[in-house]
Ligand binder design. Structure first.
Ligand code: 13P
Length: 253
């Protein structure tokens, strides 16, 4: 049995006051989670330390949304794995399509970041996903294969066990247009097969593969019942305690 992980990617929302309000509301709405269900909140860097304090002893874990591939140095505006870890975070989202699209992140860079995150004891949530154009051109399988192989290259099996993969079709992010449960299952199965090819089936069967893209309280249960869908990476619907809590209630294993 795999762990189901529901993560909330706050993106560039919530200042410190708003962070406090949302976290207190989340803790009140969800004092505990079922066995084998985990939830991670991923606020912006500026809110990580506060969120880390507020989440101590709660049902939630903490994650960042990005990370530098360097340990430290003259890299203005960057944040290292060690700094993230010190806030109490245990996860970090890497290679989100918005990082790829607006900040030029490549599979090679995401791979380097994943290795640094693992070395620091963080669980990377590594994102892959095709654009609408790629899906319509019929190259989705190639795109997902190239991305998955690229971001996981050279990661040893014992580290792979600490990774989460998130399938986020770019055309479903923030559009209200979610992948059908069958479309999600098809790609998740492909990703798991690719992991099995690089490692083995025993390891591939243990890896949590999340779906992301317009997950809402009213569609979460259906998507999460698919065999190879082991959680969700939630954007818009994680910004309110009631909708994120409703998605958490849909997560049963
Ligand atoms: P939405 O849930 O707003 O579509 O965002 C998904 C996402 O990008 C999570 O990382």
């Amino acid at each position: 049995m795999r762990t189901m992980i529901i993560a909330g990617n706050w993106k560039m929302y919530k200042d410190l006051t708003e962070t406090r309000d949302l976290i207190l509301a989340l803790k009140a709405a969800t004092p505990s989670l079922p066995d084998r269900v985990q939830s991670v909140v991923c606020p912006p860097f500026t809110s990580l330390a506060l969120a880390g304090e507020l989440l101590k002893g709660s049902a939630f874990q903490l994650g960042a949304q990005n990370m530098s591939q360097h340990d430290e140095g003259a890299y203005t505006g960057e944040v290292s794995a060690k700094m993230i870890k010190a806030t109490g975070a245990s996860f970090v989202i890497l290679g989100h399509s918005e990082r790829r699209q607006y900040h030029g992140e490549t599979n090679e860079l995401v791979n380097a970041k994943a290795k640094k995150a693992l070395a620091a004891g963080l669980h990377p949530i590594i994102c892959v996903g095709e654009t609408l154009d790629e899906r319509e051109k019929g190259v989705m399988v190639q795109v997902i294969t190239t991305q998955t192989k690229g971001v996981l290259a050279g990661i040893p099996a014992h580290d792979m066990a600490n990774c989460v993969v998130a399938y986020e079709p770019v055309w479903a992010i923030g559009t209200g247009r979610t992948a059908t449960p069958q479309q999600a299952q098809e790609v998740h199965q492909l990703i798991r097969k690719l992991i099995a090819q690089q490692y083995d089936w025993a390891l591939a069967e243990r890896i949590t593969i999340q779906y992301g893209g317009s997950v809402k309280p009213d569609n979460a249960a259906e998507i999460l019942t698919q065999n190879d869908v082991d959680g969700a990476l939630v954007g818009g619907a994680c910004l309110k305690a009631d909708s994120f809590s409703a998605i958490l209630k849909a997560a049963k294993v």
